[in-house]
Design a protein around this ligand. Structure first.
Ligand SMILES: Cc1cc2nc3c(=O)[nH]c(=O)nc-3n(C[C@H](O)[C@H](O)[C@H](O)COP(=O)(O)OP(=O)(O)OC[C@H]3O[C@@H](n4cnc5c(N)ncnc54)[C@H](O)[C@@H]3O)c2cc1C
Length: 398
């Protein structure tokens, strides 16, 4: 993908990672467990020092100003080497909204703290009765002088338990269309009246939370843009990251890991699974689909850089294909592990005390957890059924 300049860039990224990434951190990340906050803080600070933390931001806000192709190369190298991912809600979601819509005070206060890893952000959009139909949200913000008083509940709030701030869509008016009365607030998660309750996932990990707001006072100065215009900003934010939702680096990493698992010597004198033509064909089929998916991503990136075809439903197509591939690869990895997939390797145990003598370890660490967690990939970021509706509507309109 790309000209010689891009390959030189790839070599530069590899050299940086080789020099700066501690090997224990890389192995923790590569196993697929949820991010370990101290690792993310460490790596974000390293990237910031090099000027590479905010790869998707413009230079004037401390970003790299890289082309989309370079960002893709960087993401891929980081993922395959096991670099901890920076807080996605901060860098990919709220950061771009703050520099695009926020005022000078908001930009000056929040952006440097995101880049340095000092502030971690959560996304407070979904509610118990507002997911796909997000505009049905009911969390109320009532203005009292220079503050909003917020009451309501958010749900599925990823990583809220260790985030510092949450960006929320709240209802500031019930007049007119439901999309019309929504505002975009930045809320300090340490504010009095906020309660965070964990939701333990099917994989046994703690990523998800419910967040309750009871008379939480939020300064009007923490509103992004105009009152009742939050829906417009949210739409901008949700369509922003085209390449991010394609999960190409994650799929590639999983394909490599699945091939490695299947290439191990079988137990009790059984040969390697990869020598079984039926298994080899199925893995090859997914690898081919992944190559086609990556080629689609490359085409989309090229179109985006050339400023053409801006209104095609490609983000939705990339999200649907990438997340479905991820789930198929995860299922094949578990099949390749066979009996070794049965023991549970919870992340807490692994992070504190890796059980190296467990059957199948370390090949099996994280595989089942990662697979189970990513059952949700076809739901979060906009359910795939809804993405298919978008694809159909946009293609039929074209
Ligand atoms: C792991 C995970 C992390 C998440 N992190 C966050 C977060 O950090 N912040 C946040 O705000 N939210 C987060 N979410 C919430 C996520 O955005 C919602 O789950 C998602 O938008 C779907 O909403 P819902 O769960 O209410 O399901 P619903 O909208 O109730 O959908 C239920 C089912 O009905 C289908 N459906 C709904 N409407 C249609 C339609 N019009 N046509 C066809 N089918 C339809 C859906 O596809 C789905 O299969 C997360 C979710 C998960 C699973």
């Amino acid at each position: 993908m790309g000209a010689l300049g891009d390959e030189e860039f790839r070599a530069e990224v590899r050299a940086f990672i080789a020099a700066e990434l501690p090997s224990d951190m890389a192995s923790r990340t590569l196993l697929g467990y949820h991010p370990h906050k101290p690792d993310v803080e460490f790596w974000t600070a390293k990237l910031d020092k090099r000027g590479w933390a905010a790869l998707n931001w413009p230079v004037e806000y401390g970003g790299t100003g890289w082309s989309i192709t370079k960002r893709h190369i960087f993401d891929e190298e980081c993922y395959l080497a096991g670099c901890p991912a920076v807080n996605p809600q901060a860098f990919h979601l709220v950061g771009p909204i703050i520099y695009a819509i926020g005022n000078e005070a908001q930009k000056n206060f929040f952006l440097p703290k995101i880049r340095s890893g000092e502030h971690f952000w959560a996304q407070g959009f979904s509610e118990p009765n507002a997911g796909s139909d997000l505009a049905a949200l009911q969390t109320r913000a009532v203005r009292e002088d220079d503050e909003y008083i917020v009451n309501g509940q958010k749900i599925w709030t990823s990583e809220a338990q260790y985030c510092d701030w949450v960006f929320c869509l709240v209802r500031t008016s019930t007049e007119g269309r439901k999309q019309a009365g929504i505002s975009f607030l930045l809320v300090d998660l340490k504010a009095p009246g906020i309660t965070i309750r964990p939701i333990i996932g099917i994989e046994g990990g703690h990523v998800l939370n419910e967040v309750f707001f009871e008379d939480v006072r939020v300064p009007v100065a923490n509103r992004i843009g105009e009152e009742n215009e939050g829906w417009t900003y949210a739409k901008q934010l949700l369509g922003a990251e085209r390449t991010f939702s394609a999960v190409v680096p994650r799929c590639k990493g999983l394909a490599v890991r699945t091939r490695a698992i299947a290439s191990r010597d079988g137990s009790k004198g059984r040969g390697k699974l990869i020598d079984d033509p039926h298994f080899a064909r199925r893995l090859a089929q997914l690898e081919i689909e992944l190559m086609a998916h990556e080629a689609t991503l490359a085409r989309v990136v090229a179109e985006e850089e050339a400023g053409v075809n801006q209104h095609s439903p490609t983000p939705s197509i990339l999200k649907v294909k990438g997340t479905e591939l991820l789930q198929k690869l995860g299922a094949l990895a578990i099949e390749a592990l066979g009996d070794s997939a049965i023991p549970d390797y919870p992340e807490a145990d692994y992070l504190l005390d890796p059980p190296n003598d467990a059957p199948g370890a370390p090949a099996a660490y994280g595989v089942v957890s990662d697979f189970l967690y990513h059952r949700s990939a076809t739901i979060y970021g906009g359910a795939n059924e809804v993405q298919r509706n978008i694809i159909a509507a946009q293609l039929l309109r074209a």
